[in-house]
Design a protein around this ligand. Sequence first.
Ligand code: FAD
Ligand code: LAC
Ligand code: ZN
Length: 455
Amino acid sequence: MPSDPDWLAPRLTDSLGRYTGACLAFCEPATTEEVSQIVRLCSEHGIAIVPQGGNTNRVGAATPDASGDQVVISLRRMNRIRSVDASDFTISVDAGCVLADIQNAAEEADRLFPLSLGAEGSCMIGGNIATNAGGLNVIQYGNTRALVLGLEVVLADGTVWDGMRRLVKDNRGYDLKQMFIGSEGTLGVITGAVLRLFPAPKVHATALCSLDDLDGALKLLSIARNHAASSVCGFEVMSGITLATAEELIPDIRRPFDPLPDWTVLLELSDPRADHDLGPTMEALLAEALEDGAITDAILATSEAQRANLWRYREAIVAAGVQRGAVVRHDVSVPVSEIPDFVRACDSELDELLPGVVPYVMGHMGDGNLHYHMAPPDGMSQEEFAGHVPALDARLYDITARFNGSFSAEHGVGQAKTGQLETYLPGPQYAMAQAIKKALDPKGLMNPGKVFPAT
Ligand code: FAD
Ligand code: LAC
Ligand code: ZN
């Protein structure tokens, strides 16, 4: 019940428990028209709006401020699959559909909706679109931005923009849907979307590789792409310490390599052709990687159960990191070829700043995107570590900029990283972004304090 404080509490706190807000009202509209009416009323009365999906984001983006003056609009009840158009390879959905429900609806039509991430059982497509979510399949299918053909959006004054197009090609001037993708609720409320579907994969080949260093991972990536081309659908890197920590959380898991190597890569290939056995391709590429010294060993899954087991490590790492106190949550990207040098620079410069700081590094190496988290040195309390966090953050962002990277590759800016945007976006880009915000939300009522600092 929206008025019950116990019901409201988790909806007014972010998924990492870092921000807690209050609200004037928590609205759960069931239709686009109801969203429009709420937004129109708020606009007339100068009341700020915070759109909310599954509230799984990592940057406080869907949490209202503490004033109690903001209205939260949850899309939760707008969870209808509007249509599956298998021959167009599209699906039209309400923005409050849970990502896993969209994946399942696509599967029932023998299609794939490829967006896949740890929170897929609770995040909603409107939130995925508003954060331009990345995830585990970007290397093959692109970010959410590449998966959206059309949008329905309630604009800041309550006007409904019906842009639910199923067109692959449409060059009638600016591609305005792109403005709303990744806008984190600061330009309008997304109420519906037309998404791209793909042929459903029928065969997989999955391997866990052990490596001495990330130079090897870079070589492996090249070898994998040369052998398997666009069949490479996952290339996730995990450092030894992340694996060791995850292991503690997974009951009955058999250690894949003993001792655990400094680095591992979870490599997956997929193909929609049922008769296209990927085993020989995977074996050939692993043989070349071994011969080249890129990897030191590999385990190839020979059943669905083994494949699932290999993924269990990757799935457990996020929760394990939180448990280990890897509280500095980072989400950076650099050009893929720079990753080995980038990680070496971070390891050494951050250790200079705080001797013994423990890098907790994993992520989507195939996309040049790493979650470079840090845990406190052995014996240091979380309270003491917290005092070092601002300097560690600042140094990591500076190193990322030096490597021509992004301080926010996946999770967005939210309220956690507003301070970084002006510093790290080249001058005209920040001014252009401000101009777009002003044009689409002239009263500044759409999710204020997110992306841009609160005024
Ligand atoms: P919310 O958290 O509710 O909202 C996120 C932002 O979108 C807010 O700014 C909100 O105001 C806005 N918003 C929500 N709905 C709408 C709407 N209908 N219209 C306009 N604005 C809206 N992210 C990745 O990119 N890749 C990953 O691999 C990944 N893995 C994760 C794993 C775990 C275990 C967890 C907890 C999170 C992970 N995330 C990942 C982060 C998060 O799940 C994604 O960012 C997700 O896309 C957010 O969706 P949501 O529905 O929870 O959005
Ligand atoms: C992941 C989230 C944290 O990659 O982005 O697991
Ligand atoms: Zn990620």
